[in-house]
Design a binder for this molecule. Structure first.
Ligand SMILES: [Fe+2]
Length: 320
């Protein structure tokens, strides 16, 4: 598994040195041209502090806000907040917020064999990513993390702003008896990451606002497109087909992907492409034969394109 959009990150980094940001910074120049530190004019603006990533981060988490199945054991937990730029005021849109945490039993999926209530056998259970919206909001529905070892309960977060600024941190909960003895949670830098919780009949709610060391404005040559928009499955051609049909698809980022043919009952016919693919344009060809190399009957078939971030399908018709 790889897959941070590192190729895009380098582009965004370069774009942030923009005239608009320069002009904004220039406003800190006092009369007479003397450079006064920006903080001299601003109220206190503390960036969100980092924390250790730990051993259980997994890339390529699905894009979703509900990361626990309805019958996942544990107390339901509604977690969210706003992402702000480094002025502590301007909401950051399209910042990636990636969350992962332990189950009610203190177990991390992918790395450990966790018994869960997840009905879909979801490898990425209790993991997910979202983009902050136009007002900087992000939100997840999950369960309250359990204890493991001597650690307090916590969410792991990994964030990336549009300009490529990254932050890895953890969020703790007020009143947790394990905070005092935990070297990370008891660090003075963590004090703003120990959040109060409220509880009602639906479960717990916790709010956590994030300030990234990222400028409020971007001045890029092209509008930012959230990564999933770069994924696409294009219409097969020709369709209907006789000898073969070609299926083009775009990968928005490096990821595992599969293109498979099924009949209308859902029976797998043939895998056209499966494996780790780089971001960019790809194509697969189906010659109307199954995995054994036998020609399949005339009729309608379904071609599915699946990645951790995007899925789509289309129907094709084989005519003999
Ligand atoms: Fe952890």
């Amino acid at each position: 598994m790889t897959a941070k959009p590192s190729n895009r990150k380098s582009v965004r980094k370069a774009a942030t040195v923009s005239r608009r940001n320069f002009l904004k910074s220039s406003m800190t120049l006092a009369a007479g041209g003397m450079l006064i530190p920006f903080k001299a004019f601003s109220t206190e603006c503390d960036f969100t502090t980092d924390d250790i990533e730990g051993p259980f981060f997994a890339e390529d988490a699905p894009w979703r806000s509900v990361i626990a199945a309805a019958d996942e054991p544990g107390d339901r937990f509604f977690f969210g907040g706003k992402v702000f730029a480094n002025d502590c005021e301007t909401p950051l849109e399209n910042a990636i917020v990636d969350i992962w945490h332990a189950s009610n039993d203190g177990c991390y999926t992918i790395f450990e064999n966790c018994t869960t209530g997840n009905p879909n056998n979801d490898d990425y259970n209790l993991r997910g990513r979202v983009y902050s919206d136009a007002d900087g909001n992000y939100a997840f529905e999950t369960i309250r993390p359990g204890f493991y070892g001597n650690r307090p309960q916590h969410f792991h977060l990994r964030m990336m702003a549009q300009d490529g600024t990254e932050l890895v941190t953890q969020v703790y909960f007020e009143g947790d008896p394990n905070i005092a003895s935990d070297s990370w949670a008891s660090d003075p830098d963590a004090v703003n990451r120990i959040i109060p919780l409220t509880e009602d009949t639906n479960g717990f709610t916790g709010n956590f606002d994030i300030v990234l060391d990222s400028p409020p404005f971007l001045d890029t040559d092209e509008p930012w497109k959230p990564i999933p928009e770069y994924f696409a499955l294009f219409p097969a051609f020709p369709n209907p087909f006789n000898a073969y049909t070609e299926i083009r698809f775009d990968m928005g980022m490096d990821s595992h992907a599969a293109v498979e043919v099924f009949d209308l009952s859902g029976k797998p016919i043939k895998t056209l492409s499966e494996g780790f693919l780089n971001a960019g344009e790809h194509q697969a060809v189906w010659n109307g034969k199954d995995t054994m190399g036998n020609s399949v009957p005339s009729g309608m078939y379904v071609i599915r394109f699946d990645t951790a971030h995007f899925s789509d399908f289309q129907k094709v018709v084989l005519i003999k």
